[in-house]
Design a protein around this ligand. Structure first.
Ligand code: NAD
Length: 299
């Protein structure tokens, strides 16, 4: 059994982006700039946004964190996004989800300029991804692809079972694993809360992506020998032994599933770290493609 180590892969990806950013700056081009918007003070969202901003600083990006009160009207958030869309120095915009109930996530996502959509949630990006065209790939699925590639996990012809069909993880990773490229060329079964015979389907899987948000859901009796298991789940469960008062749990019963696997991601230390590395890669690409576009226009 081999651990797919998010720390090793994310460090390598971040180092590469950092080197490229240094080259960009030394050649007089602009510094990549990520703008993050946080609405409200949800503990999990605060942590995610803080680590995204910190990672930007570590690799030499510029970053802006815009904090807005949970009670703001939707129009205030719309104005903030329009301002960032128009700001030439900003390459990537991310709005931390979930948003308060009175704000339409769909409307807000659709408003982000597709060229700055580093989360890859805009319908423009999703459409291109489905068609296999170059675009921003949502950070978590992109991070999973990076891991599979780093460890050269064979995917061609494999049966992948994806548990979960959300727009941010389950659906995009199912599309990506099905692409005619590497990592991809899987035969994909997408499962969700209405799926019958989930256990039987999982037992047929060469690759399982667990992205449902139920700690320890995937147990050893659902996994065949030598399967590849990708655990996307991140759930905070109360734990008095931790200073924070909670522990982070994945969707996989790691202790019992791991011995059966050829490859498995741990939680923490797996997919979560890759998500940030992928987001930074998207932001770097947004910056570079803007510059190339301007160069093309000038020539
Ligand atoms: P979501 O709630 O939007 O979607 C969950 C999906 O799981 C749904 O499609 C639902 O149909 C399916 N599901 C629920 N119960 C099921 C069951 N019993 N059997 C089969 N399918 C079932 O969640 P999400 O946003 O996709 O996130 C899933 C998990 O991944 C969460 O724990 C979340 O915190 C985590 N997550 C991690 C990262 C990361 O960086 N590692 C990023 C995003 C989300």
């Amino acid at each position: 059994m081999q651990i797919l180590d998010g720390k090793i892969v994310s460090t390598a990806v971040k180092e590469r982006v950092k080197e490229q950013t240094t080259l960009l700056r030394s050649s007089g081009k602009k510094t990549p700039h990520l703008a993050a918007i946080l609405v409200g003070t949800d503990g999990g969202s605060e942590t995610y946004v803080a680590s995204k901003v910190k990672s930007c600083e570590e690799i030499g990006f510029a970053s802006t964190l815009l904090r807005l009160d949970a009670t703001i009207p939707e129009s205030t958030l719309i104005e903030a996004i329009e301002k960032l869309n128009a700001d030439d120095d900003v390459d990537g915009i991310l709005v931390q989800l979930p948003l308060p109930k009175h704000i339409s996530e769909e409307k807000i996502i659709n408003l982000i300029h597709p060229g700055k959509d580093v989360d890859g949630f805009h319908p423009n990006s999703v459409g291109k991804m489905v068609q296999g065209l170059p675009t921003f790939i949502p950070a978590t699925p992109y991070g999973i692809l990076m891991m599979l590639e780093h460890y050269q996990v064979e995917t061609k012809g494999k049966h992948a079972v994806v548990i979960g069909r959300s727009n941010i993880v389950g659906r995009p990773i199912s599309i990506l694993l099905n692409r005619n490229t590497y990592p991809g060329n899987c035969t994909v079964t997408v499962c969700h809360s209405h799926t019958h015979n989930l256990k039987e389907l999982c037992l047929q899987a060469d690759i399982i992506v667990a992205a449902l948000g139920k700690p320890g859901f995937l147990t050893a009796d659902m996994v065949k020998e030598n399967a590849v298991v990708i655990d996307v789940g991140i759930t905070r469960v109360p734990d008095v032994t931790k200073k924070s008062g909670f522990a982070i749990k994945g969707d996989v019963d790691f202790e019992h599933v791991a011995p059966k696997c050829s490859f498995i991601t741990p939680v923490p230390g797996g997919v979560g770290l890759m998500t940030i590395a992928a987001l930074l890669t998207n932001t770097y690409n947004a910056c570079v493609s803007k510059f190339e576009h301007q160069t093309a226009l000038n020539s």
